[in-house]
Design a protein around this ligand. Structure first.
Ligand code: DX5
Ligand code: ZN
Length: 227
């Protein structure tokens, strides 16, 4: 189980310190939300910020591109220190070549599916990706409410993974708190992005530890072992 605080919820004037705070809190990954003002109606930050953060932490950088033209950004985010680059299934015809380009840059590949998009949009790519991101809010802003209708998509992604013995992770992103993280873990998620519910805490270490304990307790694989 991986806990990935989303830097979007941190104070932008203190990104460096906040990344350090997440690492000291025991977070596994740092989730970096890149918004271009076109794919989503908001702008966040670019590869310059990722590059500036890279020497400050050893955390795995999970770069989520909510961008209309990711092909013009892949090289700069790879060079800036991304460990994984996530692109969106909504980009239809471009997905295959984007996956190939990210792999060629030596980075892990994530594929994201927005709430209105059927999970079957990701099906043709399951053998080529390292992670499937089931969005649990419509992307663009932090602090939104978890959309429960997305839970069956997580179950389906997990069922495919078992049937085909594939190794991809299942990440959830949007409105994740201790309660919704538990629901997602029971549905088969293993990677949890949380912005508001983690960075909002003065004691981030305690918040990360609590979320980790809760998702581990709701891990269906461990439940099987207990039986
Ligand atoms: C949503 C972003 C998320 C966002 C999550 O557009 O992709 O990563 O930061 O924020 P919370 O956890 O506050 O919903
Ligand atoms: Zn995200």
């Amino acid at each position: 189980m991986i806990i990935a605080p989303s830097l979007l919820a941190a104070n932008p004037a203190r990104f460096g310190q906040e990344a350090g705070r997440a690492e000291r809190a025991g977070a596994d990954w740092l989730h970096l939300d890149i918004m271009d003002g076109q794919f989503v109606p908001n702008i966040s930050f670019g590869s310059g910020v990722v590059k500036a953060l890279r020497p400050l932490t050893k955390m795995f950088f999970d770069v989520h591109l909510m961008c209309f033209k990711p092909e013009i950004l892949l090289e700069q985010f790879a060079a800036a220190g991304a460990d994984q680059i996530i692109i969106h299934a909504e980009l239809d015809g471009q997905v295959e070549s984007l996956i190939w380009k990210i792999k060629k840059l030596g980075k892990k590949v994530g594929l994201a599916v927005n709430p209105p998009t059927a999970i079957t949009a990701a099906q043709p790519y399951l053998e080529k990706i390292d992670m499937l991101l089931v969005m649990t809010v419509n992307p663009g802003f932090g602090g939104q409410t978890f959309i429960h209708e997305c839970l069956p998509k997580i179950q389906q992604a997990d069922a495919w993974r078992r049937e085909r013995a594939l190794p991809y992770r299942i990440e959830v992103d949007g409105g994740i708190n201790n309660q919704t993280a538990a629901e997602c873990a029971r549905a088969g998620a293993d990677t949890f992005v949380a912005g508001t519910s983690l960075f909002g805490h003065r004691n981030l270490k305690a918040a990360v530890a609590k979320m980790r304990k809760i998702v581990n307790a709701n891990d269906p694989a461990l439940a099987d072992l207990k039986v």
